[in-house]
Each structure stands twice: as structure tokens, then as C-alpha cells.
Design a protein around this ligand. Structure first.
Ligand code: SF4
Ligand code: SF4
Length: 343
């Protein structure tokens, strides 16, 4: 990692130059409450001062909601052609917990099975992170996801009269060299940055008691009364999954043309919270009720992948809390599990 500083007067020209030379994706205000990561053609469209987390999460750039995977033609031989669409892009303005969400997705799509579509897009994505204000629902500090140590090319932090830039890759360093003039960080810069980080951590107001969650969770897993209370208002709408930066379940659809010889396979985001998720042939449903689905979601988020990959499948961004019409709150539920077990 290299550490550099960028003068505030040079910042705007740096961004303008990146926009002029690259396919540039950044946060743009969508409505009163949300931002979205979209192609930016002019710096005036960019709004990095976002308080609410961006919806949908930036995972859509690597794992689109709907994506063609292969096309095929049936004949004397079956011809299957992979469809891999990826182009060089800069993703600018993503914050630490979402970078950590992407790092989790990297593990998912390269462990056990390497997903060529995901990997091609990830390799061509240059990531420039920034800090953004955590909302009151954000508990990423408790999840250890408030700070990104990898998964980006550049990470820019605004200090009083300069920007502190962490340079993680040669690609990131090349962008700085080509588009601006950055200086090596001095000891004073490091001190100011360290003080900034201490102050920044203070901004996370939501704390959860995640330590040893999985033991408590297993102890309460079969407590029907508890789960029925937690899920009583759930509509099984799946919004929590669709807004989550780490949910990766998908369904693969076969679309054959009427000629019955050509067709394509596409994948689309799926949701473990909807009743159809566990439905199989013969009308059997492995998870027929919402209690079963929610506790399985929590197990996946807070236990399974912590054991398998060393990371929670939750970065504590708080999006699922904000989008849930039934006010189901994963952060409060983590604490409720602990409280219930301690009784
Ligand atoms: S927890 Fe909330 S967002 Fe998720 S399925 Fe239930 S009602 Fe929908
Ligand atoms: S489960 Fe909720 S809080 Fe955790 S990463 Fe997903 S959307 Fe964010």
C-alpha cells in the first residue's frame, strides 16, 4: 500500500479527467432519500455526499439482476457459447462497507466454483473508495466492515485541506500519475488521518452484540415462539435480499425459441425470503413458512459463511432495515437472540 495526498484544489480536475477518459460510474441522487450508482458524464451529476446508502447496491455491476450466461443451438451437435460481457469501468464513490461486501462476493464467486462472468467483470472494474456518513441503521462497525483494507485500487479520505489517498494497486497508482499530481504522505498527514479515523468511528451509532452469535443462535433455533414473534409482520416480499450487497442467490432460466433449436440461459436474482424459493417439483416446499425462511437467512448471514469463508455474509450496511415495510430489523434481532438466550 502506498499513501499519498492530493491537494484540494487538484481534486475536481482529477475527477473531471477520470470522467473524460473512462467509463465512470458514481453515486447520483435518485430521489430525496436514495442514491444510485450510474454512469456519470459530467462532474455536476456526481453526488458523493450521500447519507442514505445507495440502492440498489453496487453489486449490480458485477452480478447484474438479469444476465445472459450462455446461448445454445441444438443440432447434430449441441453448440454452447458462453456469453461474457465485461468492459473497463471505474466505480467511484463506493464506501468501506460496500467494498467489504464486494470482497465477500469475490469469495463467493471464486470458491468451490469460479464464475467466469463475475470474474471477468471484477477484473475490469477499477474501484475508488470514499468515506460516507453512516446512517442510524448502519452497524458495520460491529461487523468489522467499517474500514476496507483491500478490494479497491484507490481509497480517498477527505481531510481538512487535502485528500489522503491509499493506493492499493499499480492500476490505482497509474491513474493518479496520469490524471493528477499526488505527493507522498508525510508524518503530519498520517497523524491527521489517524485522528480522522478515530472521529469517523464515533459516527457509527448502532452497535450490535455479534460476539458468539452463532452459539446463541443454535440454542434458540428451534424456539418456535421466539421466531414467530420476530417474523409476525413479515410480508415475504424479498426486498431485504434485493437490497443487500452480499446476497448472491440466483435462479437460472432456460429460454428456448419457438424453433426448438436455439435458446439461452439467463440468471436473475432470487430471494430466500419468498415462498417459491424452497418449492420443488411435486409441490414440496422445503421452507414453507416465514419463520423458517427468516431464521435460515440469519443463519446464512451470521453463521454459515463465517464458518466457511471467515466472513459474515452481512456487512451491517442497514439497507435491509431501511427497506423493510414490516420493520424487521436484523440488528435488533441479533441483540434479541442474545437477550433471549441469556434469560
Ligand atoms: S423481512 Fe421485511 S423486507 Fe424481508 S421479506 Fe420480510 S417484510 Fe420483506
Ligand atoms: S443483511 Fe442487511 S445489514 Fe447485512 S449486509 Fe445485507 S442489507 Fe446490509
Amino acid at each position: 500500500m502506498l499513501y499519498k495526498v492530493l491537494d484540494k484544489s487538484a481534486y475536481q480536475d482529477f475527477i473531471k479527467s477520470l470522467i473524460a477518459d473512462h467509463q465512470f460510474i458514481g453515486p447520483k441522487k435518485k430521489d430525496k432519500a436514495t442514491h444510485d450508482f450510474v454512469p456519470i458524464k459530467d462532474i455536476s451529476e456526481l453526488d458523493t455526499d450521500y447519507k442514505r446508502t445507495t440502492l440498489p447496491p453496487a453489486k449490480k455491476l458485477l452480478f447484474p439482476p438479469n444476465e445472459e450466461l450462455v446461448s445454445y443451438e441444438l443440432g447434430d451437435e449441441i453448440v454452447v457459447e458462453p456469453v461474457i460481457e465485461a468492459s473497463e469501468k471505474i466505480l467511484f464513490g463506493i464506501n468501506a462497507w460496500d467494498i467489504n461486501g464486494m470482497n465477500f462476493m469475490d469469495k463467493i464467486f471464486t470458491t468451490d466454483f469460479v464464475d467466469a462472468n463475475y470474474v471477468a467483470k471484477r477484473k475490469k472494474l477499477t474501484v475508488i473508495g470514499i468515506d460516507s456518513e453512516p446512517t442510524e441503521t448502519n452497524f458495520s462497525l460491529s461487523m468489522g466492515a467499517d474500514y476496507a483494507t483491500e478490494g479497491f485500487d484507490l481509497y480517498i479520505t477527505e481531510l481538512k485541506d487535502k485528500y489522503f489517498v491509499r493506493v492499493a494497486t499499480a492500476k490505482g497508482d497509474g491513474l493518479l500519475t496520469k490524471h493528477t499530481t499526488a505527493m507522498e504522505a508525510t508524518n503530519e498527514d498520517f497523524s491527521e488521518y489517524s485522528k480522522y479515523k478515530d472521529d469517523y468511528r464515533e459516527k457509527f451509532s448502532k452497535d450490535v452484540r455479534i460476539k458468539n452469535f452463532y452459539d446463541d443462535f443454535e440454542a434458540i433455533y428451534d424456539n418456535e415462539q421466539f421466531w414467530s414473534k420476530v417474523t409476525k409482520d413479515c410480508y415475504s416480499c424479498g426486498s431485504c435480499n434485493l437490497s443487500c450487497p452480499t446476497c448472491f442467490c440466483f435462479n437460472v432460466k432456460d429460454d428456448m425459441q419457438l424453433n426448438l433449436t436455439t435458446g439461452k440461459k439467463t440468471r436473475e436474482w432470487d430471494s430466500c425470503m419468498i415462498p417459491e424459493y424452497g418449492l420443488v417439483a411435486g409441490e414440496h416446499n422445503f421452507r414453507p413458512n416465514k419463520e423458517n425462511r427468516l431464521k435460515q437467512r440469519y443463519r446464512c448471514k451470521l453463521k454459515t459463511f463465517k464458518e466457511k469463508l471467515g466472513n459474515y455474509s452481512c456487512v451491517g450496511c442497514g439497507r435491509c432495515i431501511e427497506v423493510c415495510m414490516a420493520k424487521i430489523n436484523i440488528a435488533d434481532d441479533i441483540d434479541s437472540v442474545k437477550k433471549e438466550v441469556s434469560i
